[in-house]
Design a protein around this ligand. Structure first.
Ligand SMILES: CC(C)(COP(=O)(O)OP(=O)(O)OC[C@H]1O[C@@H](n2cnc3c(N)ncnc32)[C@H](O)[C@@H]1OP(=O)(O)O)[C@@H](O)C(=O)NCCC(=O)NCCS
Length: 139
């Protein structure tokens, strides 16, 4: 998938935090340690540094949800992260994002902390970020 195609999915999917442009996505893809897992209508973008990986974003088009695409992206991203030597995967999710939090708990992530007032909601309100992490088993 090209950066433009990824940005089109992001534009359809994201609310909080807001969607990224193709240029922003390309910047992450070109950075050292970048990992990208895609499905027909979704993608997960992350990066690995030393033995830690971070999920930077995960998005599935609204018309393709609840088909397991996010779960598949996440599994593939975890596999890629392990291959690059990561032992743990971290992510941040808006406290108000119940679908994503349910996905992550189901995928074995546990809460590791809270970043207070980390995001802005659509009405400008402050929203906490929940930091979650998961131990990656050796590849
Ligand atoms: C969160 C998101 C990526 C989930 O994508 P998806 O492809 O619909 O998720 P999946 O079909 O793989 O769902 C896997 C599991 O996650 C949970 N889940 C997903 N969507 C859910 C919802 N709306 N309500 C409750 N649980 C949900 C369920 O446990 C689900 O398993 P099940 O369908 O067997 O019950 C998607 O809703 C999205 O793009 N949201 C906007 C962007 C976003 O919030 N990204 C995450 C930022 S951290």
């Amino acid at each position: 998938m090209t950066a433009d195609e990824l940005a089109a999915i992001h534009a359809r999917a994201m609310v909080v935090p807001p969607a990224w442009s193709a240029v922003t996505i390309e910047g992450f893809l070109d950075a050292p340690g970048a990992i990208l897992a895609t499905t027909e209508a979704g993608f997960a973008l992350g990066r690995v540094a030393a033995d830690e990986a971070e999920l930077l974003t995960l998005a599935v088009s609204p018309d393709a949800r609840r088909q397991g695409q996010a779960r598949r992206c996440l599994e593939e991203l975890e596999r890629m992260a392990r291959e690059k030597g990561a032992l743990r995967l971290f992510l941040e999710v808006a406290a108000t994002n119940d679908p994503a939090r349910a996905l992550y708990v189901g995928a074995g992530f546990g809460e590791a902390g809270v970043r207070k007032r980390y995001y802005r909601g659509t009405a400008g309100e402050a929203i906490d970020a929940i930091v979650m992490s998961k131990t990656l088993l050796p590849a």
